[in-house]
Design a protein around this ligand. Structure first.
Ligand SMILES: [Zn+2]
Length: 66
């Protein structure tokens, strides 16, 4: 269930301050239906977090038969 998320790590995310592409996030924190990525720009030292939200958690909850 988590392997799809891990293989989907974003790369070359532009720095929110100076726009320099950052090869990969410094830190990845998986959560419930979402993953937080912490990015650090090595050009301007700016740090920011980006959150990816996945729909998978909301999918396939078949109602219980009465
Ligand atoms: Zn930067």
């Amino acid at each position: 269930m988590t392997k799809a998320i891990l293989s989907d790590t974003p790369r070359q995310n532009p720095c929110a301050q100076c726009g320099t592409p950052i090869p990969r996030p410094d830190w990845i924190e998986p959560g419930e239906g979402r993953v937080s990525y912490l990015w650090t720009c090595h050009v301007c030292n700016y740090r920011f977090e980006a959150v990816a939200v996945y729909d998978e958690a909301a999918v396939e909850h078949p109602p219980l038969a009465a």
